[in-house]
Design a protein around this ligand. Sequence first.
Ligand code: ASP
Length: 310
Amino acid sequence: MLPVLVVHGGAGQIPKEQSEASTSGVCSAARAGYAILRGGGSSMDAVVEAVSQMENNPSFNAGCGSVLNVKGEVEMDAIVMDGKTLGSGAVSAVRNIANPVQLARLVMDKTSHSCLTAEGANQFARAMGVPEIPPESLITEYSRMRWKKNLAPDANPVECQMGKMGTVGAVAVDSEGNVACATSTGGMLNKMEGRVGDTACIGSGGYADNQTGAVSPTGHGEAIMKITLARLILFHMEQGQSVEAACDLGLAYMKSRVGGLGGVVTVDPQGHWAANFSSRQMVWAAAQKDTLHYGLYTGEHFTQSIDSPQ
Ligand code: ASP
């Protein structure tokens, strides 16, 4: 069953013309992360690699391709968590870094803190030698178009976002049974400047514990935070629920209690995994043994050989 890696490319409804790019984006990210696991690498290295790849892919709302805040600027959040040590690192509202997930990892590895925000996160990035890039280089034509559309007085950015695609994330278990998670996002469309979502918040936008498993969520951050979705799913697993059932219970509770939609990828230390969602779609891929699994709609599940030509 080990190792295993599962990624998502956001909950919502992916425009038809983008579904192929999103599907191939999650599949190649899963392959890249899984190659690290197959080479004996750690689950932390694998999830950071998979999420970095999706941050670099303009099809996703993370890194290049992030949605814009109300002022038309990029502000990104990211988190990592290591299930062996319960160490975690996060950044919020960072603007000119290509890979916020790598900066989150540096926060975990090189500081005694769990989260750095805005200018402080940028100062830390500078001190660590992380290259700064022009913030405009993270803005795509598509994200600018959606920003403009949602400035209209009758616009509903939350609904519009749930009708599109979102955040990226990954969970993994390595051959030693260590679990890890990573999540990265541009946040919610036309959010207020300085808004921090679930992604930077431990227990909401991610959680990993070798005693239970690892979760990376996506969806409406304010709803996810209200019910601490990642930790809630692990709680259900601690109570004896299967990975699948725990995901469904957490997502159903978020829907009934606060009207929130979203999705998750989850693993347990034995290598059971799930990619479940309450939104219309969530693009996901999972790599285990010789097989790559992937899908987009509920009930959809394609497979191919992990080594088949892409
Ligand atoms: N959870 C993210 C946020 O609220 C958005 C998403 O997953 O699409 O910042």
